[in-house]
Design a protein around this ligand. Structure first.
Ligand code: ZN
Length: 76
């Protein structure tokens, strides 16, 4: 199986090792953000994808997750 974002072999959760690491990082930070600011998952992802301080791996993961959300939940 291939990573959902790149063509590297999957390690876990549909992500390769680098994207998995970025994904776990994103999830970890979200808990802090959600707790402190009450941000929504999707808003948090958009923020990451636009933040110039975010690493490329994390941006790719965030963009992918936003697309996933768009598929699952219809935009209002
Ligand atoms: Zn990957």
């Amino acid at each position: 199986m291939r990573c959902r974002i790149c063509s590297r072999p999957v390690k876990e959760k549909g992500f390769c090792s680098v994207h998995l690491k970025a994904f776990l990082n994103i999830c970890e930070k979200f808990e802090v953000w959600e707790h402190a600011l009450g941000v929504l998952w999707i808003d948090y992802l958009v923020n990451i994808s636009k933040n110039s301080l975010t690493g490329e791996w994390a941006k790719e993961v965030a963009k992918h997750l936003i697309e996933d959300e768009g598929r699952n939940v219809k935009e209002k």
